[in-house]
Design a protein around this ligand. Structure first.
Ligand code: URA
Length: 189
């Protein structure tokens, strides 16, 4: 059941992101008339997917994974028999870095409190980081930093975290965009 408290908190997160000026990415968003990509899906999802940052299509629409990488994610979900509307999909950065460059440490620091609030509100049982930046952030956040290795070593592995009030499983995956330039990896994700 979705509580009023969850709905209210997610609405508040959306407003806070819309008004956020904690890192310079909001300037680019305003200049280009882009949207922040806050997240999409079920508020009672047991699985949350966390990508890196919006690409151009996402920033134009405000929807996560709606471009080429999104097609790969949709295929991954379909092959696992999971409906997109039953999961929650978001990113560690809510705004698009110029030219899709990698997220910078200060941007991750400024933006991830929103992700932490989304996790607290939705309380997923499983979080699937998509790509190495979200893998690193989430494994460290859940006390699994000592098990971090290169994504090619640990993608698809289950990591259990019990050290918070809630048990959570982290399963890192390659970022879906990898499969768009190296189809071999699609089988791995
Ligand atoms: N890549 C991401 O990491 N997130 C998106 O939403 C789209 C592409």
């Amino acid at each position: 059941m979705i509580t009023e408290k969850t709905k209210e908190e997610l609405k508040k997160i959306k407003n806070d992101v819309l008004n956020c000026q904690k890192c310079p990415l909001y300037i680019e968003r305003a200049k280009s008339k882009f949207y922040p990509v806050i997240g999409e899906g079920s508020y009672q999802a047991s699985i949350m997917f966390v990508g890196e940052a919006p690409g151009l299509n996402e920033a134009k629409t405000g929807r996560p994974f709606c471009g080429a990488a999104g097609k790969v994610l949709d295929e991954l979900l379909e092959s696992a028999g999971i409906k997109r509307e039953d999961v929650y999909i978001t990113n560690i950065l809510k705004d698009r870095p110029p030219e899709n460059r990698d997220p910078q440490p200060e941007e991750i620091k400024a933006c991830t409190p929103y992700l932490e609030r989304q996790i607290e509100a939705i309380k997923p049982k499983v979080i699937c980081p998509l790509g190495r930046y979200s893998m690193k952030f989430l494994m460290e956040k859940f006390g699994l930093g000592n098990q971090l290795e290169g994504i090619s070593k640990i993608h698809g592995k289950l990591f259990e975290s019990n050290n918070l009030f809630q048990k959570i499983t982290i399963i890192p995956f390659y970022h879906p965009a990898v499969a768009t330039y190296n189809p071999k990896h699609e089988e791995d994700s």
